[in-house]
Design a binder for this molecule. Structure first.
Ligand code: XMP
Length: 535
């Protein structure tokens, strides 16, 4: 495995993703782990190399971090990236100079000499025969003097030491960011480091992972019973399928239907988990309770709070009943959650001080302690795309595993203002038509459906009435807005340029098929300044 020490860069996760894509297992840990921790981590001989990430900081600010010195004493290959390069230079006797100017953006890097890291990896060759790489730079400080034992590996016009190497000790460092896709051969460079220099095996494969994970779950829970809150979303569904594969009927899933789910969603979840997987699922229809609490409330955050609070309450009551021992049950001892690796990193498992923790209410914080339950989180090591791959390997249907994200409060934040059952019913039907047509329309250029080409698409209910004509009569009915966005991180998003033919079909179907809606609009606002959801 590979250890990535995180100095707080926004893109540390991308380093881990690129390495996992090369089928090598890696973990991200905060940069301020101790020397003893590192030595203990390396003791079983599985650790093959260490990567030092970038940071926002400067090596000369007092508050900033150094790599634990043990990193350079284990005899393992080390790769420093950006700040990781600077701290490596600083700690090993080189010189780092504060830049007066930040360098940010594309750059052409010239490779020097022959190094095991960059040899044969290039984007183009200059007329003078120099191998060149197109890379992404983002730094203020730079290394201005090589540490003893190092040679120059790469340079740019503005950064004469853009890469350095001590090939005897197998220490390599680059000032640019190989983990971002703007660095065209970045993945090749990281692969070269982990596969060739660290000599890891590309053996991180989902099929093997299932049997390992199943064994680990069995060893962890023994013959005890487990409860899991199933939302129908990707993470909890995959966690449920995996745990069920491991311990069968020792798992009970609780599926809370808050009445704000998509059309037939509850039935589909039951059909999959009970009908196909034969898992034990308790379906709690709490829609009256949720809608009752929401009556008269129109503020978005107030609605979120109510839905979150009711969810915990309903789930807690079920969990409490399941922990009690009885004739046929010993009482559950574990609460399983679909926590995935980005959640672990964001909530402070690694050092990303600026990361904002956004937790959906399906991760019922605090509950394990209150109920005296132990936590089982079998997806803690996986990225989203790995979770999806695992879901498919476990036999979950593709459409379930590759579904767009759906917010915890569900249609509660897609009905503007006060939530009413009548509105939710109209919205569900309109939204189902939109999603169906997104799946029907294939883009000729890419061969993909428009559902696949959008990151999130849904319908919003506007509780205002407008005038229309239908046959000979006048109508006075509600309006819906269609929303479809493309984004890679949901922090920024562009509205999707859906084909007019698709919009036309959706509009005419909704108005014809959903009595009560006579007008359909398309939202052409990007994020920022708009958000993806309307509330
Ligand atoms: P916004 O609207 O902030 O949404 O651009 C960004 C992403 O977050 C989702 N979202 C939520 N998810 N509970 C959730 O679990 C919420 O309260 C919530 N609000 C927004 C939204 O669907 C989008 O994917």
């Amino acid at each position: 495995k590979i250890l990535i020490l995180d100095f707080g860069s926004q893109v540390t996760q991308l380093i881990a993703r690129r390495i996992r894509e090369a089928h090598v297992f890696c973990e991200v840990h905060p940069c301020d782990v101790s020397d003893d921790w590192i030595r203990a981590y390396a003791r079983d001989g599985k650790l093959k190399g260490i990567i030092l990430s970038g940071s926002h900081a400067s090596v000369y600010e007092d508050t900033t971090d150094k790599a634990p010195q043990a990193v350079f004493e284990l005899g393992l290959p080390v790769l420093g990236i950006c700040y990781g390069m600077q701290t490596m230079a600083h700690q090993l006797g080189g010189l780092v100079t504060s830049g007066h100017q930040r360098e940010f953006g594309h750059a052409n890097v010239r490779a020097h000499g022959h190094t095991a890291l960059l040899d044969g990896i290039q984007d183009f060759t200059t007329p003078e025969g120099h191998g060149m790489l197109q890379v992404w730079m983002s730094h203020g400080d730079k290394v201005t003097e090589l540490p003893p034992g190092f040679k120059l590996m790469a340079s740019t016009d503005s950064c004469p030491i853009a890469g350095m190497a001590d090939e005897v000790r197998r220490f390599y460092a680059v000032q640019f960011h190989p983990e971002v896709t703007h660095t065209k051969r970045g993945a090749a460079i990281l692969e070269r480091f982990v596969l060739d220099i660290c000599a890891t095996r590309a053996d991180w494969i989902m099929g093997d992972y299932i049997s390992e994970a199943v064994e680990a779950i069995r060893a962890q829970v023994g013959d005890e019973e487990v409860i899991l809150g199933l939302s129908g979303g990707v993470d909890s569904s995959v966690a449920a399928a995996l745990i069920h594969r491991a311990i069968g009927d020792q798992l009970t899933c609780v599926f809370v239907d808050h009445g704000l789910l998509r059309l037939n969603e509850g039935d589909m979840v039951m059909e999959m988990f009970v009908g196909k997987l034969h898992a034990k699922v308790i379906r709690v229809d709490a829609s009256d309770q949720f809608l009752g609490q929401l009556a008269g409330v129109s503020d978005p955050e107030a609605k979120r709070k109510i839905i979150g609070r009711e969810f915990v309450e309903v789930f807690k009551a079920q969990a409490l009943a399941l922990t009690a021992s009885g004739a046929s049950t010993k009482g559950a001892k574990w609460l399983a959650q679909g926590t995935i690796y980005p959640d672990v990193i964001e909530s402070g498992g690694a050092k990303n001080k600026k990361a904002v923790v956004i937790k959906s209410h399906h991760n019922v914080g605090g509950l394990p302690e209150q109920l005296g339950l132990k936590l089982l989180e079998p997806l803690r090591e996986l990225f989203k795309d790995e979770v999806r791959e695992l879901g498919v390997a476990l036999g979950l249907p593709y459409h379930m595993v590759y579904r767009h994200p759906f917010p915890g409060p569900g249609l509660g934040v897609r009905i503007l203002g006060e939530v009413k059952k009548e509105y939710a019913d109209l919205l569900r039907r309109a939204d189902a038509i939109f999603i169906e047509e997104l799946n029907n329309f294939v883009d000729e250029a890419t061969g993909k459906t428009w559902y696949e080409l959008t990151s999130q698409a849904f319908t919003v209910f506007l509780p205002v009435k407008s005038v229309g004509v239908m046959g000979d009569g006048r109508t006075y009915d509600y309006v819906v807005a269609l929303r479809a966005v493309q984004t890679s991180d949901f922090m920024t998003a562009d509205w999707a340029e859906l084909p007019y033919a698709l919009l036309k079909k959706v509009s005419s179907r909704i108005i014809n098929e959903v009595r009560g809606i006579n007008r359909v609009t398309y939202d052409v606002s990007s994020k920022p300044p708009a958000t993806i959801e309307w509330e």
